[in-house]
Design a protein around this ligand. Structure first.
Ligand code: LLP
Length: 479
């Protein structure tokens, strides 16, 4: 018999039969408990990973990233081939970018989407062929654009009239011809947290349909710019295909009109495919997503009597999200007496500096003991970080074994996307290392920060050190 649900638990969270189980779809495929009950990822025990690389630690399962990258590539290739078409998939680097990840995804046949000079430089340093890079952003500076054109970035996704003029000047000066897409708003509101929806009319990204035609006319006057298509992204962490299909249908209408003034061989429908953060999330399988979206676009083209353009997609979270597991050490526990009962708080050695998503979006996560299987009845807990802020929540609601406590390692799955990339040094907490695991081997792909890294940027400390050195030199000179 399961114990009754805690009255403080939200309705969606059910009491698990086994509070040590690993919910399918939430963890990387390699995650399992060994004979001792310890969690292993990529064949390596959690405690060994923390022993070697410290805690907190972001563990990224390389095989999971590669498998998902291949799945996206293959699913969209198969779905477009059904209609005699082709596709390309860009990995949205904002989800998490390092040279290792850029190499894995490009080796699996993906392209890379970047949205700042920093992301561009990481992709280039990884050896990504510039032609396979798409460059996004609503405020690309002149120097960012110069760099992108100079290295030969494959496509620049243009977001404003000012950017068009900047590119016109750069290409006129260098003689380059730059392929571009223009980003438009389909007006479709993705069913997701409001902050994440990016296709509302009244927001900063892209051109409204009303403004797009003027922008395209201007682009077509310019010798240095080659407009190859439209781009649209409707939001993030989206389940189902309805929003994508509706958005595609609207964009096709504009695409058809613009095709009258010249060919548009590519149509980029963006990213935003949702993943499971907890066992109640039910993302659409990639193959189904791909076929339903592509079938809808192909049908729309057929009705309009226009050829199916090459289709591009930009998943970020759906490639790396599930591959990441953050390991923390539990430091303290506390039962807080409330009017409605009592809530157990478990404090870990990281928090909103390594995962800002609960604080930013009210994102829900799950957790399991990692260094051992626990025992006792499942107890409702709230996992919190070590920051000086009451919103510093890591996992809002979870049932864990009753004996989970100080010294135990805790694993939070589905932290591969938008955790390291949104991380901060709040409260001067150093950012954790990122370690890739595969086939029983672990490789540091981003080293952890040290206290020295934090102090190095403080000009007062750096100044004091320089002054010390100066004083020594002076003393030597006097002698
Ligand atoms: N393409 C464009 C143009 C985008 O703006 C984004 C995400 C993506 C692709 C990739 O979306 P994905 O497949 O990863 O959902 N920080 C938020 C998410 C912000 C997404 C911004 N743009 C979060 O943590 O949920």
């Amino acid at each position: 018999m399961l114990p009754p649900a805690d009255s403080l638990a939200p309705e969606w969270l059910r009491v698990p039969e086994d509070a040590n189980d690993l919910a399918p779809g939430v963890w990387p495929a390699s995650a399992r408990r060994d004979d001792t009950g310890q969690l292993r990822i990529g064949g390596i025990a959690a405690a060994d990973l923390v022993h070697a690389h410290g805690s907190p630690l972001l563990v990224l399962d390389e095989d999971e990233v590669r498998t998902r990258a291949r799945a996206f590539r293959d699913a969209f290739a198969a779905a477009t081939a059904e209609h005699g078409g082709t596709s390309r998939v860009y990995y949205a680097g904002k989800a998490f970018l390092s040279t290792a990840v850029a190499r894995w995804v490009t080796e699996e046949g993906l392209n890379v989407d970047v949205c700042t000079r920093g992301e561009l430089e990481v992709a280039l340093a990884a050896g990504v062929a510039p032609g396979r890079i798409g460059f996004h952003g609503n405020n690309k500076s002149v120097s960012e654009l110069e760099r992108a054109v100079e290295v030969g970035v494959g496509t620049i996704i243009v977001d404003s009239l000012i950017e068009i003029e900047r590119l016109a000047a750069i290409t006129a000066r260098t003689g380059a011809v730059q392929s571009i897409l223009i980003r438009v708003n389909s007006g479709v509101h993705a069913e997701t947290h409001d902050f994440l929806a990016t296709a509302h009319e009244d927001q900063k990204f892209g051109f409204s349909f009303a403004d797009a035609e003027g922008a395209v006319s201007r682009i077509r006057e310019l010798d240095g710019l080659r407009l190859i298509g439209l781009h649209c992204h409707i939001g993030s962490q989206i389940f189902g295909v309805g929003g994508f299909r509706e958005s595609a249908a609207r964009v096709l209408e504009l695409h058809e009109r613009l095709c009258q003034g010249g060919e548009l061989p590519l149509l980029n429908l963006g990213g935003g495919f949702g993943i499971a953060y907890t066992r109640v999330d039910d993302p659409t399988p990639i193959e189904l997503l791909a076929s339903e979206i592509v079938d809808a676009v192909a049908a729309g083209c057929a009705v309009r009597g226009i050829p199916l353009p090459e289709l591009a997609f930009e998943p970020g979270r759906a490639i790396v999200g599930t591959a990441g597991v953050t390991l923390y050490e539990i430091g303290t526990t506390k039962d807080v007496t409330l009017d409605a009962g009592s809530r157990r708080y478990l404090s870990v050695d990281g928090g909103m500096s390594d995962n800002a998503r609960p604080a930013l979006y009210g994102a829900q996560y799950s957790a399991r003991l990692a260094s051992r299987a626990g025992s006792g009845e499942p107890v409702l807990v709230r996992v919190v970080g070590k920051h000086c802020e009451s919103g510093d929540i890591v996992v809002d609601h979870e049932y864990l074994p009753e004996d989970a406590g100080p010294g135990d390692l805790l694993a939070v799955p589905a932290t591969g996307a938008y955790c390291a990339s949104l991380s901060s040094n709040y409260n001067h907490v150093p950012r954790p290392a990122v370690v890739a695991v595969s086939g029983g081997a672990a490789t540091v792909i981003v080293r952890g920060e040290t206290i020295d890294d934090l102090l190095a940027r403080d000009a007062g400390i750096a100044g004091a050190r320089a002054a010390d050195t100066g004083a020594v030199r002076l003393a030597e000179g006097e002698r």
